[in-house]
Design a protein around this ligand. Structure first.
Ligand SMILES: [Zn+2]
Ligand SMILES: [Zn+2]
Length: 176
């Protein structure tokens, strides 16, 4: 879904969000300037601002000097664009910052200050994907080791070869 021109209500505090134009990208970002300071990004917009080297001057200018209402970040949220239930996910493999994502339209909602924290997490996109790969490797690696252990255990439960041999010689099924 592309940039929405309709006014949307903040999924955290229900105040009308304000459109902040980012000329460099030619897009509007919705910021809850009169409420909690949360930011809503349409599908793919977030990728243009999540790295340290990317320019967020327009966003910083808009929120500068403002005091924002505190909100309960753990509450479930509804996507202000399409009305779907948003899902809380960690922004990266570091598992420090949770953001709300809409799986239907791809929108993302960040609470006040989260964008700045996310940008500080990694120097480059390469570092970010490296962390993701490391985490994947850790998870898959543990799973594989578990499978190995289970298999080893299964093998150890097999009847000893000697008994099988006995059954072969004396006939019938081996009883254990
Ligand atoms: Zn808000
Ligand atoms: Zn949505």
């Amino acid at each position: 879904m592309s940039d929405t021109l309709q006014t949307i209500k903040c999924p955290a505090c229900n105040k009308e969000m304000i459109k902040v134009f980012v000329p460099e990208e030619g897009i509007n970002i919705d910021i809850c300037l009169n409420g909690c300071g949360g930011i809503f990004f349409d599908n793919r917009e977030f990728k243009k601002f999540d790295e340290k080297a990317e320019n967020i001057d327009e966003i910083l200018k808009a929120i500068e000097g403002k005091t924002f209402a505190l909100v309960d970040e753990s509450l479930p949220r509804t996507c202000p664009v399409c009305g779907s239930k948003m899902v809380k996910n960690y922004s990266s493999a570091n598992r420090t910052i949770q953001i709300d994502e809409c799986y239907s339209c791809g929108g993302k909602f960040l609470d006040n200050g989260e964008l700045q924290k996310i940008r500080e997490e990694f120097e480059t996109e390469a570092e970010r994907s490296q962390a993701t790969m490391r985490e994947l490797y850790d998870t898959v690696g543990v799973k594989l080791r578990e499978m190995d252990e289970q298999r080893a255990e299964a093998y150890s439960k097999r009847p000893p070869v000697s008994r099988l041999f006995q059954a072969l010689i004396y006939g019938g099924r081996p009883h254990f």
